[in-house]
Design a protein around this ligand. Structure first.
Ligand code: HEM
Length: 414
């Protein structure tokens, strides 16, 4: 079977093909047209392409376990032959093999992300976005500026450092770790040192806060035992949980924010009429953010692991199977959104928000509300100041098929 330039009889295209990495959506459309579920012998995995099936997989955590996510990472690494890829730290309660332990870790982390210290972040963050956007615009007369390296990355670092209560003296250690995910030129030794420094910093922070509670994310986790089954009074397990969760929040979610902002902005640059529309009608800001998340998600795929013989969409799925749920494909499913392949900032925000970019159900993103708000401030500060944004040369995509976005996005601002 063949659809467009993708020949589905050849099983899977070369995922390192620059044309596919640049635009995987025609391939997804071809896969969806050929069916919602495909078995790939090459990957020994099930590819789930339709929205309703991805949604069903995420809604059945007892049948399809999120422990498939590390498997997906390993698969990705194998496919791309050593591309930058990060496993979640194994010490995080969120990635523990025991589902009860994971649920407990999720509850504690969820509470830690809805405390008053989160609300107090926003005034400062909005002001920082505004002043950095003004500085960028001031410099724009002399040439292109990079809205990822000079704007989204430093803003995300500042937001997450404030969330976690990082002290000014420790900011350079925090920044080196949080921003290391964008540098594929670091040696193993350099990565090792950065990882050691941040572990030391977070461990000291957590130990200090066990004695002197502080009103921030790490302080909350440190003063609220994760109640891990069988470890309720195990200080080491508790510290490991704080450490693992802190490491994850400062690196993986940093990338989520930055890459999502980069794809949103790229979509707006590619559709200048939509950018102008947004400038004329700021009430569309929330729907523009949501449409960016739907239209070109930084999370292209989520992995799940079948915990027993089961079925999906009438197809038998054997115990132990890996399912690769293509969020990027589900988000463009015409059965869910009319003209799904069109970027339209005026879509109904509630309907758009059904996208699967933050996952769905038992393990969906706990930082979704925070991310939406942060993306809104980042975008608003530019839209308020910049009349037009045009692409400049030198854009650098993130070097993975399953994670989309830019590590560098130079633009002309006027
Ligand atoms: C736009 C940026 C972000 C995107 C696209 C994103 C996306 C995701 C996705 C896809 C998952 C996994 C869902 C699954 O496997 O079903 C996830 C999990 C998670 N996210 Fe985010 N995320 C973002 C930002 C954040 C932020 C800023 C935070 C916190 C400050 C955060 C905290 C978490 C946590 C704690 C989990 C684990 C939930 C669990 O395992 O129960 N995320 N995120």
């Amino acid at each position: 079977m063949s659809a467009g330039r993708w020949d589905l009889t050849t099983e899977l295209p070369d995922l390192a093909d620059p044309a596919l990495v640049a635009d995987p959506y025609p391939y997804y459309a071809a896969l969806r047209a050929a069916g919602g579920l495909h078995h790939s012998a090459t990957w020994d995995a099930w590819l789930v392409t339709r929205y309703d099936l991805c949604h069903e997989v995420f809604s059945r955590p007892h049948d399809f376990d999120a422990a498939g996510q590390p498997m997906l990472r390993a698969l990705q690494k194998g496919i791309q032959g050593g591309a930058t890829s990060w496993r979640l730290p194994s010490g995080s309660g969120l990635t523990a093999p025991d589902p009860r332990q994971r649920a407990e870790g999720r509850r504690t982390t969820g509470r830690a992300l809805t405390r008053p210290y989160v609300d107090r972040l926003w005034d400062g963050f909005a002001a920082e976005c505004a002043s950095t956007a003004s500085e960028l615009l001031d410099r724009a007369g002399t040439g292109p500026v990079d809205v990822v390296t000079e704007y989204a990355i430093p803003m995300a670092t500042s937001l997450l450092a404030n969330l976690m209560g990082v002290q000014p003296a420790d900011l350079s250690v925090f920044r080196a770790w949080a921003e290391s995910g964008y540098h594929d030129d670091l040696t193993d030794a350099q990565r090792g040192r950065v990882a050691l420094d941040i572990r030391r910093l977070l461990a000291n922070q957590a130990v200090h806060r066990l004695r002197n509670a502080t009103d921030d994310f790490v302080g909350f986790l440190a003063s609220n035992p994760a109640a891990l089954p069988g470890h309720t009074s195990d200080v080491t397990a508790h510290l490991e949980f704080v450490l693992g969760t802190g490491l994850m929040i400062s690196l993986v979610t940093h990338q989520g924010l930055v890459l999502s902002f980069s794809t949103l902005l790229r979509s707006l640059i590619a559709a200048p009429d939509q950018y102008l529309r947004l400038r004329r009608d700021r009430s569309l800001m929330a729907s523009a953010v949501e449409e960016g998340l739907r239209y070109d998600p930084s999370t292209q795929a989520l992995g799940r692991f079948a915990r027993a013989n089961t079925s999906l969409g009438g197809v038998d799925i054997p115990d132990g199977s890996l399912l690769v749920c293509f969020v990027g494909s589900a988000n463009r499913d015409e059965a869910q959104w009319p003209a799904a392949a069109t970027f339209d900032v005026s879509r109904d925000v509630r309907s758009t928000a059904r996208h699967l970019t933050f996952g769905h159900g038992a393990t969906s993103c706990l930082g979704a509300a925070m991310s939406r708000r942060a993306l809104g401030y980042l975008l608003e500060a530019l839209v308020e100041r910049v009349g037009t944004i045009a692409p400049a040369s030198g854009a650098q995509p993130f070097p993975e098929f399953m994670t989309r976005g830019f590590v560098s996005l130079p633009v002309e601002l006027r």
